[in-house]
Design a protein around this ligand. Structure first.
Ligand SMILES: Cc1cc2nc3c(=O)[nH]c(=O)nc-3n(C[C@H](O)[C@H](O)[C@H](O)COP(=O)(O)OP(=O)(O)OC[C@H]3O[C@@H](n4cnc5c(N)ncnc54)[C@H](O)[C@@H]3O)c2cc1C
Length: 537
């Protein structure tokens, strides 16, 4: 992946005429307002590791698996949030890990953690590098140095059991590689977040990721049956064959969502499904968002069984249609709210689930738009993020944020977040577009996923932090969660006390102290702790 942009450079997009018109005429910004730094001009923070440190790391994993080169360190300098991408465009020195270390075995990780604790070197576990919450920030945080511990060599399908329909996947496997390995045996995992092409199994577990097929297959944490984790005080094997247990609290839950702060996940046992005989995506249209939400709720609470169930609000529907129209699509079908219901599995089951779902959607005011529009969504389901880079280059400020709440609070929270974003952009003299969709549904509530587009004004990083901070306060005061699936990282850390309360924070700190007494693992993420005093060399 590119160090300063999303995804595959060959799939980079240019803005269409209508998108450029939006930026130039409505937001009133253009490329000349934005600074751009070429790779040759980039200054990388020099590595703070001594030759003795490098020798100690090399002795464990071998010379070819330790690098202090700028070209290796820079791509691991952070994730892919808008703050990350803006930081990459700044002329300032780029903070980067002091080395990239790529262990190949759990024993090597055990030794690396011991050496790092002894030498006061922080360790940031690195999966696919797609964090959007500052989860990979190379914070030294009182340590002498920080390394990026890249899991990419943990890339095997360790086992697959057809009777139990479970597989053990290496933590460094990317989404496509994991699915490809499973498909060779006739199985799939069914976890398709928008970052699917790059994110890893370990990253999915460490952030409690949620994929677009969550209505049918659940979130990633629902798929996990067992975990192996290396902590600074030893290896935890949380992988017993029992499907359920009453042996105390579920310790696996301690590591799901632990964001590299408690340990390094090396392997994950997941439940798998036979490759579906049929996949069908059908598009729907609702007169407005409230009607569509009521329909999705009815489908989920009745349990008619779609694999994908999502609904765009009026603004997102209009914006997506504008893009389709540019590409020669059907401009006539404007207005209302676009929805998709997808189904996977044996053909007879798919037909039955689809028919039951159709009855509910129609009785709630939905009108089918057919499979062509549904397939169009499915074909382009990973494309959206490619638009952000050219928009940022034209001076737009674009980011996404997400939350979840109960069905009864959904409209209230959506309105409060939208109003806050628009009011904050107005303070910066910019209008803003706030697009929203529901893509993860539960019996009792749903997620809300917002895409925000406004104008960059002055220090765009400070501007976004200010806007996001106001939104985070609103999420906490209006019954939302600080994150439904992007995780906490550095960016949401200061809202964790509001999320779990002071006693909850004490629990997290106590677990951290027990598992990572030297505090080397991913400092500054997840847990709101006072910043420790700097240590001498
Ligand atoms: C364009 C885009 C679209 C996205 N869409 C979605 C989406 O649809 N759904 C969703 O849930 N998320 C989404 N995300 C967020 C991100 O992809 C997820 O958080 C993902 O799970 C991160 O996986 P990763 O392998 O890239 O982890 P990384 O970004 O490398 O790491 C994420 C965090 O986990 C820690 N970590 C990574 N691997 C391990 C390990 N093996 N052991 C311990 N800690 C580890 C890291 O230290 C870091 O704190 C999106 C991000 C982008 C940029």
């Amino acid at each position: 992946m590119q160090w300063d942009a999303w995804g595959d450079p060959d799939r980079a997009v240019t803005l269409s005429d209508s998108q450029l018109a939006l930026v130039h005429d409505v937001l009133k910004v253009s490329a000349s307002d934005v600074q751009a730094v070429s790779r040759s001009e980039v200054r990388v923070r020099p590595s703070a590791l001594t030759t003795y440190d490098v020798a100690a790391l090399t002795a464990i994993v071998g010379e070819e698996h330790v690098s202090t080169n700028d070209d290796d360190r820079l791509p691991r300098a952070g994730g892919k949030s808008t703050l990350d991408l803006l930081r990459r465009r700044a002329a300032d020195e780029q903070a980067a890990p002091d080395a990239v270390v790529v262990p190949g075995t759990e024993d090597e990780i055990v030794e690396l953690l011991a050496v790092c604790a002894e030498r006061r070197i922080a360790v940031v576990p690195f999966g696919g590098g797609t964090s959007v919450v500052g989860g990979l920030d190379p914070e030294r945080n009182g340590m002498r140095a920080v390394i990026s511990l890249d899991l990419r060599r943990f890339d095997r399908l360790e086992s697959l059991d057809e009777t139990d329909q479970e597989a053990v996947l290496g933590a460094g496997l990317t989404g496509p590689k994991a699915e490809w390995l499973l498909s060779e045996h006739g199985y799939e995992l069914g976890h398709y977040p928008q970052s699917f092409c790059y994110a890893t199994i370990g990253g999915f577990a460490a952030t409690r990721s949620s994929g677009q097929d969550s209505a049918g297959y659940g979130r990633f944490d629902d798929m996990v049956r067992g975990l192996r984790v290396v902590t600074p005080v030893g290896v935890l094997d949380l992988d017993r064959p029992a499907p359920k247990t009453a042996a105390g609290p579920d310790l696996r839950q301690l590591f799901l969502g632990s964001e590299g702060v408690f340990g390094i996940i090396t392997a994950v046992r997941v439940r798998i499904h036979p490759l579906p005989e049929t996949r069908v995506y059908e598009a729907w249209r609702f007169p407005d968002f409230a009607t569509g939400v009521a329909a999705l709720r009815a489908v989920e609470q009745l349990g008619t069984g779609p694999t994908v169930l999502r609904l765009s609000d009026e603004v997102e529907t209009a914006m997506n249609l504008a893009t389709v129209t540019d590409a020669g699509g059907d401009a006539a079908a404007t207005g209302g709210c676009f929805a998709v219901a997808g189904f996977e599995g044996p053909a007879t089951l798919v037909e039955a689930r689809r028919a039951a779902t159709r009855t509910v959607l129609e009785s709630h005011g939905g009108v089918s738009q057919g499979e062509e529009a549904g397939n169009h969504w499915a074909e382009r389901r990973f494309d959206g993020p490619y638009l952000r880079d050219p928009l940022l280059s034209e001076g737009a400020l674009v980011e996404t944020l997400e939350t979840a709440t109960s069905w009864s609070n959904l409209a209230h929270l959506k309105q409060a977040v939208t109003d806050t974003i628009q009011a904050k952009f107005a303070e910066y003299g910019s209008m803003s577009l706030v697009l929203c969709h529901v893509s993860h549904v539960y019996d009792t509530g749903a997620s809300l996923y917002f895409t925000v587009v406004g104008a960059q004004r002055g220090d765009a990083m400070a501007q976004w932090r200010d806007i996001k901070s106001a939104v985070n306060d609103v999420l906490m005061s209006h019954g939302g969660t600080i994150t439904h699936h992007h995780a906490v990282g550095a960016d949401h850390r200061d809202w964790m006390t509001a999320e779990v309360g002071p006693v909850g924070v004490r629990v997290l700190r106590a677990v951290k102290a027990a598992l990572d007494p030297a505090g080397v693992l991913n400092p500054g993420k997840l847990i709101p702790v006072p910043v420790p005093e700097p240590h001498g060399p």
